[in-house]
Design a protein around this ligand. Structure first.
Ligand SMILES: [Fe+2]
Length: 237
């Protein structure tokens, strides 16, 4: 039976970033996702410069969907991107998740840029809904989660990575993920998968961990209901 989970952050496209090496591996990743209960995936390659356009991403997504159909793998892939906060802000609105107003923003891992709040406010003023990718893996936020809490408002959303909750990145990151989840600031859990071997596209184990922390209903919202709202460009409640 196909699952109902939706992965909003996954490096499943080949030949564009540090994701899979070819479409063969993309298909293997989709099989892993499907077996885990994931039915839809937003492809979110890293965008750190102007090299790849959203059209380049859409082209690869179309090709992957054709291959998924040919191989009877019950997963649908949608176009998106993981955009570096260091990118020229004027370019960021070109890269949204499935043509909606949601945009996935990546901070550097080693610090929280002083201009982060300004950029997020500017994006909101342009009608975008920024989603902060995996803040629990940012060293400044790990040391002081308050830095993230101060940055947030009702127009900013937060995604944590499944592996952070299951301890794959160590105890500090796991503790930070638990704390943020517990504080009710997390809107979705995503895989941030990069390959078929390491950081694979699975969500079920993290969803189980989340249910023990915040309850089954809230956990379902994080891996299914809220991601569905993002795909449809609807409000997250
Ligand atoms: Fe990522």
């Amino acid at each position: 039976m196909p699952g109902n989970m939706i992965d909003v952050h996954c490096h499943i496209l080949p030949d564009i970033d540090d994701g899979p090496s070819d479409f063969e591996e993309s298909l293997e990743m989709a099989k892993i996702a499907s077996r885990d209960g994931v039915c839809k995936i937003i492809a979110t390659p890293h965008i750190n410069d102007n090299k790849y356009t959203i059209q380049d991403i859409i082209k690869r997504v179309d090709q992957l969907n054709r291959l998924l159909k040919e191989n009877s793998i019950p997963v649908i892939v949608y176009p998106g991107a993981e955009v570096s906060i260091g990118l020229d802000p004027a370019i960021i609105p070109k890269y949204t998740l499935n043509h909606t107003n949601y945009t996935l923003i990546e901070f550097p891992h080693n610090h929280l840029p002083s201009f982060a709040g300004k950029i997020l406010s500017w994006l909101i003023s342009k009608g975008l809904k920024p989603i902060i990718a995996h803040p629990e893996r940012n060293y400044s936020i790990i040391r002081s989660p308050d830095l993230l809490l101060k940055l947030l408002n009702k127009d900013i959303y937060v995604q944590i990575t499944a592996g952070s909750l299951t301890g794959d990145f160590g105890v500090d990151i796991q503790y930070c993920a638990d704390f943020l989840l517990d504080s009710g600031k997390i809107d979705m859990i995503a895989s941030d998968a990069h390959s078929k071997k390491f950081r694979t596209p699975v969500l079920s184990e993290a969803a189980e961990v989340a249910s023990t922390l915040v309850g089954r209903e809230a956990s379902q919202r994080l891996v299914s209901t809220n991601p569905a709202a993002i795909l449809a460009g609807e409000e997250i409640h």
